[in-house]
Structures are given as C-alpha cells and as structure tokens.
Design a protein around this ligand. Sequence first.
Ligand SMILES: [Zn+2]
Length: 366
Amino acid sequence: MTHMLPRERAEQILADYAAGKPVRAIARAYRHSGNTVRDYVHGRRTPGEPAARPDGFGPFAAYCRQRLADDPHLRAPALLAEVSRAGFRGGTSTFYRALERHRIQPHPCPDCYIARISGYAPLITAPQPRPSPLPLPAAPVTGETLASFLGRLATVNHTSPDALLEFLPPWFRVKTRWHDDRWQHDQLTPWAGDAAARLAVISGATAPAIRHALPAFGARSGQPARTVTACRRCTAARRIPQPVPVHLPAHHQVCLRHGIWLPGPGTPQFSVGECPDIMAAERQARRLLRHCTIEQLIYARTQAAHTPDGQAGTTRAWKRRLQALIEANPRTITESCPHALFLAAAYPETITTAVATIQARHNIPV
Ligand SMILES: [Zn+2]
C-alpha cells in the first residue's frame, strides 16, 4: 500500500493532473513516488482518506462458489468456519460484507424458520408411536440422505416415507422438508441417538450403522461435504436400482473401487478407471489430508484451477486423457457433460499444483 498524503497535497496533485501535467512531472515536483501519485489520479485512493484496507477475501471467493456448488445447503456460519480453516483471516463482519460484494449467497438459515413455527419443545417432546420392524429390512448407504433411505425402505415395504416419519421425532420432518440432513441444532443433538435406535428397529439395521452412515443422525458432522449421487456401480453391487443421493467428504471426486468420476447433481457419472494418472491423483489428494485439512486441500485446488499450470488445457497429457475418457464412455454421456470431462482430464495437473502449494505453505517434505 502506498503512502497516504495530506489532503491538500493530494487535491493539488489531482488539480495538476487535471490541468494536463504528466504523472512523472507531478511526482518529481512534490517528491512522491510515481505509484503514490498514480493511486490518487486513477482514483484508487481518495484525498484525506486512508486507503481501503484489502480484506484478504478475494482468493476465497472461488472456494466459496465451489463449496456452494458442492453443498447447496451450506450456511454462512459454516462457510465462514470453512474459509477460516482454509486460511481466511477476516472476522464475521468482513466475511459477510465480502459475500455481499462478491454476490455469493449461502443457504438461508432454518434455525430462524423453526423458531418461528414452533419453538423447539414440541419438536422434541411430541409423542411418537412405538416402532416395530418392517417386513423387508434395508441397510443405509454411507452418507445417504434421510429422504433417500426412508424412500427406499418405504418402496420395498409398500408404504410411504411419511408413514415412516411418524416413528421419528418431528424435527426429522423439517430435515426432509429442507432436504437438509446435515443441519443439527445443538438442542436436538442429544435426541439423535434415540431417533437412530427407532429407525434401527424399523429398518432392521443396527443403531450404530444408522448413526455411522446417515448424516441426519450426525455422521461426519462438522466435516465439509459435497452432495452427489453415490457411485452407480457401488449401489448396483448392493442391488439398489435407484440413484442414491449421498453426502461425501467434500474432497472425494472419484470412487476408487470402481474408477467412477462423481460429478455434481445433474451430471452423469463416467468411468475414469482407464486413466491411471487420474486415479493416482485422487489417491494423492486423499493422502495429503495427513498434512492439511479438507478445507486447505479444496482451497489449493480451486486456486490451482485458476493458474496456467493447473488448467493444463493444452498439454499433451491432457489431450491424451480426454481422448481416453471419450473412448471409454458411451457417447451419450461424453457429449452431455464436456465440462466435467475437461475437469477430469485436467485433474492430475490440478492436484499436482495443489500439492505443490500445500507443501510450500505448510513446509511438508515431498
Ligand atoms: Zn463405486
């Protein structure tokens, strides 16, 4: 940041410039640096006012956009916690101002909604009928949404998800209505264990399996997640015919068992198993978490995607991978999601750049 000038001097400089005097001549006349003079004549600074302090948020805008694409239910406080863990040093008000300036809109807060409709007590204490086992059991998929699990359970047993919700505390209706499994109010947390036990009785799964698999019961709470459809080959292996929406750890991009690229909702999955370097990049990214947080990894990845090295769009290796992906997957898929295909083909370079950044920043030996 350049030197702040007394107001009269700064105004004199503007007057000289307006009169046609060149910057270098003004700088020489008043013995200021050319940059200081330029800041005033180009309007980057205002006479008499200290410079607008940079809030340091700029580089995190891409992170926030990426995360809101990954997880549309991410609310501002959770997003602030994430960018702080990724390295943002600003406080709450700086963060909210920056979101507004960058037109980034996190999910609205259902806490307010719930408080408005009822207060918390009825959500906890309303009596629920005694649960009994359904004829056909079902086991949850790791990270599965409550709506999906109840839907599958209801379908095989010829009942409705609403009928099953009767057996759970009423706040689970709020979760399914908001499609927001991960939201958990502190006051409700102690009851999650009892609710998991109820769902265990109905579904035939164990209560620990329910708590471990379903984010609605606190699985992986506090960890950044992305909303995707579970790997179709994983679900097919379990004889589940329909797509299963899940919350994955936010940095997971590939099913390593089946070599399936897992894009965001609405984009079809495709195979990347034919590209060993994409698979290797995914393994390397996951290993990196011994040295950094998920947030730091994603931050480095979003930054890498904006550097020439990370974009990789013209390298030979990138073209070779893109060709391999096109050959390995049905044309209907590759033609419907070119952007996802480009991202996958560039993934090794993106991760290499991200790894180098993290190693440099956190002093990790190679
Ligand atoms: Zn899989």
